[in-house]
Design a protein around this ligand. Structure first.
Ligand SMILES: Nc1nc2c(ncn2[C@@H]2O[C@H](COP(=O)(O)OP(=O)(O)OP(=O)(O)O)[C@@H](O)[C@H]2O)c(=O)[nH]1
Length: 315
């Protein structure tokens, strides 16, 4: 078979070109397809495109082509809509999420003497774009996560935790719901650092975060407020429930069995509890109340739970 000039040019393209008649029979495909589908044109010529690519989503494909026919204008399908239309293996040495080549596909009507006679399908290999975009998205997700997480303890950092509190506070105000806050601070933590070193102090903070994360509900939001101070947001929780959780936290921390260089390390915590009140207009008010209660727990001798004074009146 002698090739026309246009066919020779098309065979040089680094994209796939398939031409279908109006019955979806293949009347041309270029070398790119011969290589990537591992089938010479003579072996597919005049076959239905569905016989050669049984994986094609027939209903979607025909709807797409009908649109091209009726409007007599090109149509496009990007890899972001459908990763690929034709199952062509990619030849990259890179690991991607799919075995198949990611594709941008353009459908173009072809007329002869004013009559639509064929549809040309251009398949662009965008495996690299897809791969690098996927990696970029993952990196951005990781960065966003790192921005929310405290590097040492792997729980929420103060900035993100406060954003969560601001949201919960607004929601509780809007729906007149309960909301409680627990803030706790490890007792005499400076002594642990001074006596055993910062490495030991860090280990205590990591272990504390771990046990408390296991103790609270998934709907609660736990974060490191700073230094050796942590905080828990308890949505839909009144004072009785909050005190219950606070006591569990106190007990759990007292029970942590830690060894550093084979020496037991004892840790206790002082805890302040506050719940949203009529006079709290900003989430910072709630923090101030819980912090005040925490200060009282320290003043009363540590290793205990205190409720902020304005609340005691209504308990
Ligand atoms: N190892 C370690 N220590 C920290 C970290 N952040 C804060 N600290 C230390 O925590 C200690 C807090 O000391 P203080 O504020 O005096 O409180 P405290 O000794 O716990 O005493 P009370 O709170 O009154 O019971 C300081 O020595 C800080 O350096 C950290 O990430 N790692």
């Amino acid at each position: 078979m002698t090739l026309s000039f246009c066919e020779k040019v098309t065979n040089q393209l680094n994209s796939g070109v398939i031409v279908l008649d109006l019955d979806y029979r293949i009347v041309f495909w270029n070398n790119f397809l011969a290589i990537h589908a591992n089938k010479q044109f003579k072996d597919v010529c005049d076959l239905s495109v569905y016989d050669v690519f049984p994986e094609l989503p027939k209903r979607w494909f025909e709807r797409k082509l009908n649109g091209v026919k009726q409007l007599n204008s090109p149509s496009f399908c990007s890899w972001e809509q459908r990763h690929h239309l034709f199952e062509l293996p990619h030849t990259r040495p890179i690991t991607t999420d799919s075995h198949y080549m990611a594709q941008n596909v353009t459908f173009t009507p072809i007329e002869d003497k004013g009559q639509l006679t064929h549809i040309c399908i251009l398949i662009e290999d965008v495996t690299d774009v897809c791969h690098y975009q996927t990696m970029l998205r993952k990196t951005l997700d990781d960065l966003a996560m790192a921005n929310r997480i405290d590097g040492l303890t792997q729980v929420y950092n103060r900035k993100h935790w406060e954003e969560c509190l601001a949201q919960e506070f607004a929601r509780a105000r809007r729906y007149d719901a309960d909301l409680a806050l627990i803030m706790f601070d490890l007792d005499h933590f400076k002594r642990i650092n001074d006596n055993y070193g910062h490495q030991c102090g860090d280990m205590v903070l990591i272990e504390t975060a771990k046990v408390i994360e296991e103790l609270i509900r998934i709907s609660d939001t736990f974060g490191r407020y700073g230094g050796e101070e942590f905080a828990v947001i308890l949505p839909e929780t009144g004072i009785a429930g909050a005190l219950d959780v606070a006591e569990k936290i106190r007990q759990r921390i007292e029970d942590i069995a830690l060894l550093f260089n084979e020496e037991p390390i004892n840790v206790t915590t002082s805890i302040g509890v506050a719940t949203i009140g009529d006079d709290d207009f900003r989430y910072e008010d709630l923090i101030a109340h819980a912090d005040q209660a925490l200060y009282e727990a320290k003043a009363l001798g540590r290793n205990q739970v205190a409720v902020n004074k304005t609340l005691i009146a209504c308990v």
